[in-house]
Design a binder for this molecule. Sequence first.
Ligand code: ASP
Ligand code: MG
Length: 409
Amino acid sequence: MSKGIIVQKYGGTSVADIARIQNVAKRVVETKRSGYDVVVIVSALGHTTDELIDLALKITTNPPDRELDMLISTGEQVSSALLAMAIDRLGVEAISFTGAQVGIITDNSFTKARIIDINAKRIGEELEKGKIVIVAGFQGVNIKQDITTLGRGGSNLTAVALAKVIDAVMCEMYTDVEGVFTADPRIVKNARKINKLSYEEMFELASLGAQILQPRSIEFAMKFGVPIHVRSSFSKHSGTIISKEVKTMEHIVVSGVALNKDEAKITICDVPDKPGIAAKIFKHLAKENVNVDMIIQNVSRTGSTDLSFTVPAGDLNKTIKVSNSIAGKVGAGDVTVDKDIAKVSIVGIGMRSHSGVAANMFEALADKKINIEMISTSEIKISCVVKKSLGEAAVRAIHDKFKLGKSKR
Ligand code: ASP
Ligand code: MG
């Protein structure tokens, strides 16, 4: 009798070369021998996806999205077949599938498709026969059978979605670090692995710049209560469990500190202080698909006010264009741009029930003479914009202030 199904997702670094694929094969077989049915989702080898995109860009700076998906979905097909062979070599039956073969149906948004349905019948049949099932991550097909991909890091979403559909007991995400840390260990020496996190906290950390899981996959896991275990494929240590919020999590005020150096700040000066102006500006940005993050508007004393907001650096050119045109139309002044910023954020469920958290964060920055340029807060996070060159120092100061390197969880 099977103990249930375990989904294991291996990221690009875990399958970067043949030796690592063989290492993964061993782990998968061990899991199978310990009594579970195993469904494996693989990413493309190492940096394959980036390399494929580079190839396309050598032909055209603006490849058709459909053809781009046709191209970049091949990376995962390579790794899934190689892993099946490596498992077979260990004397255990395995079978690899593309997204289409296991019925992952998406909408038509090439390069960032959404899953609309999964018919996992074939997976069930093969597990029934005692086989290990391997699925190429990151891909599906639309109803016309055109290949689509699920956005960068999309193998995470494949894993979570399949885990839900086949009712897996756990969705393990294998990566090259031991789990989710209180801060990036490359920046903070005594950063600590977090043992347990709620979906909300993980979602915030991922959205705020921690590179570990695709935010969309966490949203999906939260919606359907899929338990996730982020862990290393290079060690046997347990990693970080991400699950529904439980009572004990409330005691942890701050779980982690995130840094995002990939945003820019726009200021539209002397915006007339009249109803409807902000609506106009942000409606136009939304139409251009610009994801506006923090927004600050000051009180006006002279009938006009400065309006600042941040956007992903990649959207900057679009944003400047829209802002200039709007500024002209509504009778505002200059548009200024500051690329020299970093956003430092703290995240924690306990913020809901503890006071003084913001004050402590600001004090940590003040002690290091780091000026705060913008602030935004939500129920479980506080973000500050600082000068880019001070971002890492800010993370260290805040990590120290909240004693994240020592406390236990
Ligand atoms: N290979 C794809 C990427 O690099 C998908 C993934 O790794 O999850 O984004
Ligand atoms: Mg990858």
